[in-house]
Design a protein around this ligand. Structure first.
Ligand code: GDP
Length: 411
């Protein structure tokens, strides 16, 4: 319907609008609804909402529309959570993953394992209740093992999915003047900078977020250190140390036209220390200023960081920037494990997946030890309960409140 919204008291037209009336079940929530399409400025929207509220409506709670869609059975819980992922996606790749999830891909992926477990549980229960009856044998160990594989696969895919959703932090470290800021700018120019940067962990560190082949990558630049010697350089080291601790990856920049200095070595040792603590493969050595004639080999630095990928580049000619991005992408992906196909899975769903996997492994151990069927059934039942939490078949009100409280109002 086309018409006008009129303030009944003042008798004044507030806006020219379109009204869309939705008959159940053909709406987002499956309930009857009316949508008012007005002009998008803040004032008409505010006035129309005020008039609706004055006429007896109330504002929706966070995620209330999606909650109703779930409660009315139009979508399952993992699809409801995907709405949140769609709204907050930061790269087109993470959006595509979330939309996939919105169409129910997680439930679909877990479906076969769940059905097999239900059949196994039925068998285990029946054989415990009627031990003397001949019940057609079910390959309990085989079924549990393939369910375990299916769940582990989704969990691995979810690690990669989280990377696309949450992104990765990369610290750019190195002594002053090696070209850290220039490299940050080169990466920003090369890839589209993401407009909503995550606030920096400290005020000294400049953070910018780029789209690293679909992964939102926040670069922590420890540049901005002044000219004065000693004290300031010490501050620089402190800042670098903090950035390294905060980030999953470190981009170690050195000046390829000069011999390594004691400061370069100090940074290298700091990175090596971190690697020793957290495992290898997380530093990329960027040898900058390769456009200048004088080339150093930097053996002393490489010796401190054996096996770390080394990229020669120049922020002046932009040579090596593509290779650097590819290397950073590969390293970031490898942090997420082996999976090649990412899946969007919320933290809550991941917890449930892990618990389901633990229960399955317990059931598997019990089955292999040939424990009584009713004992195996306890763990299988638990696993099914946790899978049910993912899709929302089994969910408490408290969990629902928790999920939907993170939504924006009106979604
Ligand atoms: P930072 O202190 O590590 O952040 O270094 P800057 O990015 O401020 O760069 C220090 C100096 O090196 C500046 O004068 C840059 O113009 C210069 N610079 C940076 N990258 C390159 C490069 O690839 N080639 C050349 N020739 N100069 C560079």
């Amino acid at each position: 319907y086309y018409g006008r919204i009129v303030d009944p008291e003042a008798g004044r037209t507030v806006d020219e609008v379109m009204l869309v009336r939705m008959e159940p079940p053909h709406s987002y929530t499956r309930e009857a609804g009316v949508e008012i399409h007005c002009h998008g400025g803040p004032l008409p929207v505010k006035r129309i909402l005020e008039l609706c509220v004055a006429a007896g409506a109330r504002l929706a709670g966070p995620g209330e529309f999606t909650l109703r869609a779930f409660l009315n059975g139009r979508i399952d819980l993992s699809q409801a959570e995907a709405v949140m992922a769609v709204v907050s996606a930061r790269t087109s790749e993470s959006l595509a993953l979330a939309v996939d999830e919105l169409r129910g891909s997680l439930t679909h992926r877990l479906g076969p394992a769940r059905d097999a477990l239900i059949r196994t549980l039925a068998y285990l229960d029946a054989s415990a209740d009627f031990p003397e009856d001949e019940i057609h044998g079910v390959d309990v160990v085989g079924t549990l093992r393939s369910a375990e594989c299916a769940l582990a696969e989704v969990l691995a895919a979810s690690n990669l999915g989280r990377l696309y959703y949450e992104g990765v932090q990369i610290a750019i470290v190195g002594r002053p003047n090696v070209g850290k800021s220039s490299l940050l700018n080169a990466l920003l120019r090369h890839e589209r900078a993401i407009v909503t940067p995550i606030a920096g962990t400290t005020r000294d560190v400049i953070t910018e977020t780029i789209n690293l082949k679909g992964i939102p990558a926040t670069l922590l630049d420890t540049a901005g250190i002044g000219e004065t010697k000693d004290v300031i350089e010490q501050m620089g080291i402190d800042r670098s140390r903090r950035a390294i601790d905060a980030a999953a990856l470190a981009l170690f920049v050195i000046d390829g036209s000069q011999a390594a200095t004691s400061d370069d070595l100090a940074v290298a040792h700091m990175l090596a220390e971190r690697l020793d603590r957290d495992g290898a493969g997380r530093v990329v050595l960027a040898i900058n200023k390769r456009d200048l004639p004088h080339h150093e080999t930097h053996e002393s630095l490489r010796a401190v960081l054996p096996g770390c990928p080394t990229i020669e580049l120049s922020t002046v000619t932009n040579s090596g920037i593509d290779t650097l991005e590819a290397t950073l992408f590969d390293l970031a992906s490898s942090l997420a494990g082996e999976a090649r196909e990412p899946a969007t899975v919320s933290l809550r769903q991941r917890e449930a997946l892990r618990s389901a996997l633990t229960s399955l492994q317990a059931a598997l151990a019990a089955a292999r030890d040939e424990l009584p069927n009713d004992l195996i059934a306890i763990d299988v039942r638990d696993a099914l309960m946790f899978i049910g939490e993912i899709t929302g078949d089994q969910i408490s009100e408290r969990v629902l409140d928790e999920i939907f409280s993170t939504f924006c109002i009106g979604k």
